[in-house]
Design a protein around this ligand. Structure first.
Ligand code: S3P
Length: 363
């Protein structure tokens, strides 16, 4: 997974990026630097000789190449967000961080620098205001918006804190697994009634973290409703109004889940399912088999809709090749990701230990 820094000229993408990469031991790439290296010319020369349009083409080509790599901190040029395709490709394997700085801070930093063609104007203040106004709607599409008016160390620490914020729910079947999950600091526990080898109430009582109970058949509901489970997970296809009411009456949260083990439906189809979940549940879950980049785009789009609506959604893709989406989607708004302590319960699932280790070194 990549960490992508966006923001206006002078917001600190390169300086922060280098410091962050060093701290979390990832490679650092600056797209402007790469463009200059490939073209054998400075950015100012490219602008002067070939124009901004040509520069933007080179920029998109470079972004498309670097976004295919993994485990890097990428500093992008300040105008790259204007092309939606750039953001799209960076999003597929990266968390996008917007370093937000005030116009005054920017002006102070770029005052005496000669390497920014768009700033070679009479009135720099007006130029910053104009460009910032146009770009803000694109910058704010980032996964996180950071106040970058502070020191480099403070920004780097804040980024690390954000990246370590994975909520992991571990599925267990007995007391021994439960103890192991708690020892590795799972954030939630999932108990699936079809796989349970021990008493439901006892396991929930032992757990020091909230428990989600997955109900396979509606006739299992009375037992779950009587239990101290915090969240009840019902398949959206079998949930009815009566079941939902019963769960709510016992002050439990209703989680409506949708799975597709064959494919990922289109964003339009997924949005319909999400709307149904938003109307009837406290939490939604949409997990599908992912095979290509369109599938990743669909889940990212879905998480954006849920985020804007303030609805808690769990969403990622199954599949060995889409393993990275299980953590990436948490950084794009998925409420949590699932893990196991013994053996994977779905294609591409990681162990809790693996995830916690990733978390420690910033994913
Ligand atoms: C630009 C920003 C520059 C560079 C080019 C155009 C922009 O990068 O890509 O001069 O349009 O804002 P920095 O943001 O790294 O200065």
């Amino acid at each position: 997974m990549n960490i992508v820094l966006t923001g206006f000229m002078g917001c600190g993408k390169t300086t922060v990026g280098k410091a962050l990469a060093e701290k979390i031991k990832k490679r650092f790439i600056d797209t402007d630097e790469l463009i200059q290296k490939t073209a054998g010319k400075t950015i100012s020369e490219i602008f002067a000789e070939q124009g901004e349009k040509k520069f933007r083409k080179l920029e998109s080509k470079t972004i498309s190449q670097v976004s295919k790599l993994d485990n890097q901190v990428i500093a992008t040029g300040g105008g790259s967000v204007l092309n939606p395709e750039n953001l799209k490709v960076l999003n597929r394997n990266g968390v996008i961080l917007f370093l937000n700085t005030s116009n005054d801070v920017i002006l102070k930093r770029i005052e005496n620098q000669k390497n920014r063609p768009l700033m070679s104007v009479q009135n720099q203040k007006k130029q910053v205001q104009k460009l910032m106004k146009k770009r803000m709607p694109f910058y704010t599409q980032a996964d996180y918006i950071l106040d970058a008016n502070c020191s480099i160390t403070e920004i780097v620490n804040e980024i690390q804190r954000l990246l370590c914020n994975l909520q992991v729910c571990t599925t267990v079947t007995n007391k021994k697994e439960l103890a192991k999950a708690l020892e590795f600091e799972t954030d939630l526990i999932e108990l699936r009634l079809d796989q349970l080898h021990e008493n439901l109430n006892e396991l929930i009582t032992i757990s020091s973290v909230p428990v989600i109970v997955k109900v396979q058949f509606l006739n299992q509901l009375p037992e779950v409703i009587r239990s101290p489970a915090a969240i009840v997970d019902l398949d959206i296809e079998q949930a009815d109004d009566f079941a939902i009411q019963q769960i709510r009456r016992k002050q439990k949260l209703v989680l409506l889940s949708f799975h597709d083990f064959q494919k990922t439906p289109s964003l339009a189809q997924l949005t319909k399912i999400l709307n149904q979940q938003m109307q009837n549940a406290d939490i939604g879950k949409i997990v599908t088999l992912g095979t290509n980049t369109e599938d990743i785009d669909a889940i990212i789009g879905l998480l954006k809709i849920a985020k804007n609506a303030g609805f808690p959604l769990i969403a990622f893709l199954m599949g060995e090749s889409q393993k990275h989406t299980r953590t990436l989607m948490c950084l794009k708004g998925s409420l949590l990701t699932y893990a196991h302590v013994n053996q994977p319960l779905a294609v591409g699932q990681s162990s809790l230990q693996e995830l916690k280790q990733k978390e420690a070194c910033s994913v």
